[in-house]
Design a protein around this ligand. Structure first.
Ligand code: NAP
Ligand code: ZN
Length: 346
C-alpha cells in the first residue's frame, strides 16, 4: 500500500488514506515522489468545483521524484534517475493531436494524473502520495540541480501552462506581453515571458506584489483595479495571458490589446466570466482564446528551457498535513508563489 492524502467529499478536509498503485508493467516507470506542487486546480477538484470529481480524490500534478524501478521496455529511465510527472499519465496515442505531440487535446480525452480520464473510466490518484507508476511516454527528464528539486515541481503544471501559450502566440523580442494575476501560474508566466525576451507587464489586483513582480522579471507592473493605470496602457499589447482563478470582467483586459491582439485564458474558474462587450473585440479584430497545459514533448522543451535559463518556481515548502491551511491561504492569494509539499513528511 502507498500512503496518500485524499478528499473524501467536497466539504471534507484532505486526510491520510492508503491507496494501491499498479505493479509496474513493461512500459512503466515506478517513481518515489520527493515533492509535489499545489495547483489551484487541485483545490477546484478536491472541492468538486468543476462538478466532475470522483471521490476519494488524491490531487497533485506537479510531481518530482526518483525512479525506483522500470519495466523491461523502458529505455530512457533507470533506477536512481530524477523524473517528473505533470498533468497527464495517458492518452489514446493515435488521434491527430496525439500524433502531433499535443496529448492534452487527445480526441478521446487524455487521462489526468488525478481524477481519471476526462470522459469517464477508472479514477487516478495524483501526487499527494509516496509513489506513482506512470507510462514512460508521460515521464519527464529533470536536468536542474538536485538542490532545486522542490522549486522545479511547479514547472510541471504552472510552467508548461504558461510556456505553451507564450510560445504559441510567439512571445519574444519586440512583443508586448501582459500577464494577468501573480499566483502560481502568473509568476511562472512573468519569468518565462521575460526569459523569452518579451516586454512584460504584470497586471495584479494586489498592490503588495509590485516589487515582487519587478524582481521576477516584469518591466512594468499595473494595478488592474486602477482605471487610470489601465487606460494608460490601452491598445498596446500583442498578447495577454490571463491566469485568474475567479470569474471577472474581461473587458478591461481586452482593451489592452492592440489591433489583432489576443488574450488567452488559462484560468479555469468554476463559474463563467461575465461576457465580454463585443465592441471590444470587433473594433480591433481582437481575439479571445484558451489554452490547456502543453504536450509532453513541449513540457520537456520547457523544462530544458528553464534549466538553461536558471528558472525555477518561488516556493513555500510545506509538510503534507498543512495542505488544508495551504488551500485557505491560496484562496486569499496569500502564497509566494507556489506551495510545494515535501513528501518526506507524509
Ligand atoms: P493561484 O495561485 O491561486 O493564482 C491566481 C491569481 O489570480 C491570484 O494570485 C490573484 O493574483 C489573481 N486573482 C484571484 N482572484 C482574483 C479576482 N477575483 N480578480 C482578479 N484577480 C484575481 O492559482 P493558479 O494555481 O495560478 O491557477 C490559476 C487558474 O488556472 C486556476 O483556475 C487553475 O485551475 C487554472 N489552471 C489552468 C490550467 C490550464 O491548463 N489551462 C492549468 C493549471 C491551472 P493577484 O493577487 O496578482 O491579482
Ligand atoms: Zn495544475
Amino acid at each position: 500500500m502507498t500512503k496518500a492524502y485524499a478528499a473524501q467529499s467536497p466539504s471534507s478536509p484532505l486526510a491520510p488514506m492508503e491507496i494501491e498503485r499498479r505493479a509496474p508493467g513493461p512500459d512503466d516507470v515506478h517513481i518515489a515522489i520527493l515533492y509535489c506542487g499545489v495547483c489551484h486546480s487541485d483545490l477546484h477538484t478536491a472541492r468538486n468545483e468543476w462538478h466532475n470529481t470522483i471521490y476519494p480524490s488524491v490531487p497533485g500534478h506537479e510531481i518530482v521524484g526518483r525512479v525506483v524501478a522500470v519495466g523491461r521496455n523502458v529505455r530512457n529511465f533507470q533506477p536512481g534517475d530524477l523524473a517528473g510527472v505533470g498533468c497527464m499519465v495517458d492518452s489514446c496515442g493515435h488521434c491527430h493531436p496525439c500524433r502531433e505531440g499535443e496529448e492534452q487535446y487527445c480526441e478521446t480525452g487524455f487521462v489526468g494524473t488525478y481524477n481519471g480520464p476526462l470522459f469517464g473510466g477508472e479514477n487516478t490518484y495524483g501526487g499527494y502520495s509516496q509513489a506513482i507508476v506512470v507510462k514512460e511516454h508521460f515521464v519527464l527528464k529533470i536536468r536542474h540541480a538536485e538542490a532545486d528539486l522542490a522549486a522545479v515541481a511547479p514547472l510541471l503544471c504552472a510552467g508548461i501552462t504558461t510556456y505553451s501559450p507564450l510560445r504559441h502566440w510567439k512571445a519574444g523580442p519586440g512583443k508586448k506581453v501582459g500577464i494577468v494575476g501573480l499566483g502560481g501560474l502568473g509568476h511562472m508566466g512573468v519569468k518565462i515571458a521575460h526569459a523569452m525576451g518579451a516586454h512584460v507587464t504584470l497586471f495584479t489586483t494586489s498592490p503588495g506584489k509590485i516589487e515582487d513582480g519587478k524582481r521576477l522579471g516584469a518591466d512594468e507592473v499595473c494595478i488592474s483595479t486602477d482605471a487610470a493605470q489601465m487606460a494608460a496602457r490601452a491598445n498596446q499589447f500583442d498578447f495577454v495571458l490571463n491566469t485568474v482563478a475567479a470569474p471577472h470582467n474581461l473587458d478591461p483586459y481586452l482593451q489592452l490589446l492592440k489591433h489583432d491582439g489576443t488574450m488567452t485564458l488559462v484560468g479555469a474558474p468554476a463559474e463563467p466570466h461575465p461576457s465580454p462587450g463585443v465592441f471590444n473585440l470587433i473594433l480591433k479584430r481582437r481575439q479571445i482564446a484558451g489554452s490547456l497545459i502543453g504536450g509532453i514533448r513541449e513540457t520537456q522543451e520547457m523544462l530544458d528551457f528553464c534549466a538553461r535559463h536558471g528558472i525555477t518556481s518561488d516556493i513555500e515548502r510545506i509538510p503534507m498535513a498543512y495542505i488544508n491551511t495551504a488551500y485557505e491561504r491560496m484562496l486569499k492569494s496569500d502564497v509566494k508563489y507556489r506551495f510545494v509539499i515535501d513528501m518526506a513528511t507524509l
